[in-house]
Design a protein around this ligand. Structure first.
Ligand code: ATP
Length: 449
């Protein structure tokens, strides 16, 4: 069972320290959210799982961590300055402003007037300035996607790693979009994180690799605990494709507010590397690529057989961390009416806390000492955060850890002091069992196999 409403989910997120409205003591800012003690762990676990699957479990992808501040030239030649916008209309009557898709039968949703301006493009990129002088020469953008700095670093990575095609560069990091109407909790926000892979292939093999990455990413979300029945592939129509894309398939998820994009997998062709390359005359590249004399580098590779240089094509799986977190929270949310509890049945590798160690009696020195010993032993296994709960109320602790998705609770009692056995309680089955010290380690490790 998933959560019934977004409100139900948002309320658990606030109550248990996953997600807070940002700047809320000053009334909050729309489209900005902060991640609390549990949220930051869940987010980090999701990112780590992606990083592992992209970099550690494969041998053809390198990592990157590039800057958020981006020179205007990069976003000019990527096409974002001209095309990264939403159409806006103003109501001449009540002065309100709307995106075209918000209009109600071509009239203002607020006052119903049909006296509207023609749509004008509103660029979604945030601007800032670099250095002490705030003029046009100093202006920079906060990146709207992490991808562009992957393209500008293409040659740096290639030359420093001796990679040959096909290979990829992966990056996780913040992206900023001045969304006109942020909405649906953390689904559409103005500051978010992306997990992006740019996978470079030979032109001609791009369709095949595109299909490969669509399948691979779809299955990865299932491995994170999303039920296949709430996932769907959607082929983006030609007239809705981004300016750089030859083909895009979106992975759609049924969020509490409806079915929407969780991740997009685009065939960006040679558009980006081509547009960031100088002297394009030397290459046989697509007509969509923009002319660029300012760049200092040819972002190309050489065909070792015929010695010709060419610009690789790129396949881009791009996933939003926040949308991933929202989908996973929704999937995991369960109301167990029989036992009057709410459970977050997250897969253990994603759980914010991996195990809670609870001394039966609060502040009892011997019990707390032993609980600390167990905590540090499990902590050293390096599988994530272990919490010590010195509050004495076992029932309350179980409830709290069910709600934040802790797979395992370990209780230390007076019997422990005699024979070193502890009681372990499984989140999902609520089954309790008495185990000794060696068994405990094995029991814990089993959750992560
Ligand atoms: P949408 O059509 O929903 O605006 P998009 O197609 O513009 O999304 P992309 O540019 O393909 O999105 O970005 C890749 C991923 O980044 C998306 O699949 C999504 O998970 C995430 N993302 C994009 N915009 C936002 C946003 N405003 N808030 C949260 N996540 C976002």
């Amino acid at each position: 069972m998933v959560s019934k409403t977004m409100e139900e989910l948002a309320s658990l997120c606030k109550r248990r320290g996953f997600i807070f409205q940002s700047n809320d003591i000053y009334g909050g800012v729309k489209g900005l959210y902060d991640y609390g003690p549990m949220g930051v762990e869940l987010k980090n676990n999701l990112k780590q799982s992606w990083w592992k699957s992209m970099i550690y479990e494969r041998d053809d992808i390198e990592g990157l961590d590039a800057t958020i501040l981006t020179a205007p030239d990069v976003l000019k030649h990527s096409g974002h300055e001209d095309t990264f916008s939403d159409p806006l209309v103003d109501c001449k009557s009540c002065k309100s402003r709307w995106t075209v898709d918000q209009l109600d039968n071509q009239s203002c949703p607020n006052c119903k007037s049909k006296d509207l301006t023609d749509p004008r493009p509103f660029n979604l990129m945030f601007k800032t300035s670099i250095g002490p002088v705030d003029d046009d020469s100093a202006f920079a953008y906060l990146r709207p996607e992490t991808a562009q700095q992957i393209f500008t670093n293409f040659k740096n990575v290639l030359d420093s790693t001796n990679r040959v095609l096909p290979f990829g560069i992966a990056q996780i990091g913040k992206a900023f979009r001045n969304e006109i109407t942020p909405r649906n909790f953390i689904f559409r926000v103005r500051e978010f994180e992306q997990m992006e892979l740019e996978f470079f292939v030979e032109p001609g093999l791009d369709d095949e690799w595109h299909k490969y990455w669509v399948d691979s990413r779809f299955n990865w979300w299932i491995d994170q605990g999303i039920d296949k029945k709430r996932l769907e592939l959607h082929e983006v129509q030609k007239d809705e494709l981004s300016h750089y894309s030859k083909a895009t398939v979106d992975i759609m998820y049924t969020f509490p507010h409806g079915k929407e994009e969780l991740e997009g997998i685009a065939n960006r062709t040679d558009f980006d590397l081509g547009s960031h390359t100088k002297n394009q005359g030397d290459f046989n590249i697509s007509s969509k690529v923009m002319k660029n004399k300012k760049s200092t580098t040819k972002l190309a590779v050489q065909n070792l057989a015929n010695k010709n240089w060419f610009i690789p094509y790129v396949i881009e799986p791009s996933a939003g961390v926040e949308r991933g977190v929202l989908a996973l929270l929704n999937e995991a949310y369960k109301v167990d009416e029989k036992n009057s509890r709410t459970v977050l049945a997250l897969k253990p590798h994603l759980s914010p806390i991996k195990a809670a160690v609870i001394p039966l009696k609060r502040n009892n020195e011997q019990l707390v000492e032993y609980a600390k010993f167990i905590k540090s032993k499990l902590q050293k296994l390096g599988l994530g955060r272990i919490a010590l709960e010195n509050s004495g109320n076992i029932g309350k602790n179980y409830r709290r850890h069910d709600e934040i998705g802790t797979p395992l609770c370990i209780t230390v009692d007076f019997e422990t002091l005699e024979d070193k056995t502890v009681t372990v309680r499984d989140r999902d089955t609520m089954k309790q069992q008495r185990v000794g010290p060696e068994e405990l380690i094995k029991y814990y490790q089993k959750y992560f196999e």
